[in-house]
Design a protein around this ligand. Structure first.
Ligand SMILES: C[S@@+](CC[C@H](N)C(=O)[O-])C[C@H]1O[C@@H](n2cnc3c(N)ncnc32)[C@H](O)[C@@H]1O
Length: 314
């Protein structure tokens, strides 16, 4: 039986949102609406403070149950974007998207892209190559899914390129709105605690960082929302909402949104961020802003004098 849905806040007269402080397993059955986009970064079973580390089998069995419930509330034209990295055990890595793929396929969803989210910063590994990407599995429920490519085009590298033969010879060959952003996304990560965050003089700190250890950048969610939902009418759900990045990305782009987060401290941060956003005071990294490349004069781009003494060649 469906029970009453939680209270909603209004972003403006057309857009409604809600952050819910509860367990998704309990709350999901109370929804009596469908979502055009369910986007999340689930717990990775890494033993972070908000999760109990389990065997990979137990972890996936639990996730399977929640995903089945999520598919039930996904609209026919809807998409699920599942953003994951690796589960690590005794130095062995288990790329979670490989395991999740089967779960979604068993539920008859269709994979449209396996997006590589590449970032520059993170822990330096010593017994394997340092991990510098995570993935987003983008599945749809049917073949009639929303895909607004024009909303997310990026500037062409060679806009002056022309057709060199045929009836269009001499005319521009690209799209004036820009090119398809492809399935490799270069978006700045916020998992900088171990390096950038501790280095003074770095000017390019990520403006969105909060107390959450595994926050994803709002611009990553924005690209999915712009492409996979419709302005003013679509509903977006994040079942593991953390500090509310999805809800912020949704209301920023005039979509209705619900985020569910079980930990009160992240839920509180989420609400504070949403309020700050509504007041125009939340610092956000603008979508599609080029990634900072340090100039030769930046201290962090120079060889430390201690290394120069060792006569290393850069
Ligand atoms: C990887 S984090 C997501 C962070 C989020 N993408 C952001 O940008 O803030 C996963 C979150 O899911 C929450 N979580 C884990 N199990 C949950 C459950 N059963 N119900 C609701 N939230 C849960 C955790 O507390 C954690 O904040």
């Amino acid at each position: 039986m469906k029970v009453k849905e939680p209270l909603f806040g209004y972003f403006n007269s057309e857009i409604i949102y809600s952050m819910i402080n509860d367990d998704t397993f309990k709350v999901i059955d109370t929804f009596n609406r469908e979502f055009d986009l369910i986007i999340t970064s689930p717990p990775y079973n890494l033993g972070k403070e908000y999760e109990d580390k389990k065997s990979i089998e137990d972890y996936l069995n639990i996730q399977k149950k929640i995903i089945a419930k999520l598919v039930d509330v996904l609209s026919e034209k809807g998409s699920i974007c599942w953003q994951v990295g690796n589960f690590v055990q005794n130095g062995e890595i288990f790329p979670l998207d490989i395991f999740y793929y089967d779960i979604f396929k068993q539920l008859k969803l269709k994979l449209r892209n396996r997006i590589i989210w590449h970032f520059e910063h993170g822990l330096h590994a010593s017994k394997r190559f340092s991990g510098r990407y995570e993935t987003i599995l983008w599945f749809t429920k049917s073949d009639k899914y929303i895909f607004n490519l024009d909303e997310v085009r990026v500037p062409s590298k060679y806009p002056g390129k022309k057709h060199f033969k045929g009836p269009k010879k001499g005319l521009p060959s690209g799209n004036p709105r820009g090119k398809n952003p492809s399935d490799i996304w270069e978006i700045v990560s916020m998992d900088w605690n171990n390096e950038i965050w501790n280095i003074p003089n770095v000017k390019s700190n990520h403006p969105e960082k909060t107390i959450h250890q595994c926050q994803f950048p709002v611009e990553l969610v924005e690209r999915c929302i712009l492409a996979l939902t419709n302005e003013k009418e679509s509903w977006v759900l994040d079942p593991f909402a953390g500090v509310g990045s999805t809800v912020i990305a949704a209301i920023k782009n005039n979509r209705n949104a619900i985020g569910i987060e079980k930990e009160k401290k992240y839920f509180d941060v989420a609400n504070n961020r949403i309020d700050a956003f509504k007041e125009g005071e939340l610092k956000l990294r603008p979508i599609n802003k080029p990634i900072h490349i340090p100039s030769k004069n930046d201290k962090v781009a120079q060889y430390p004098k201690e290394w120069l003494k060792l006569n290393f060649k850069g």
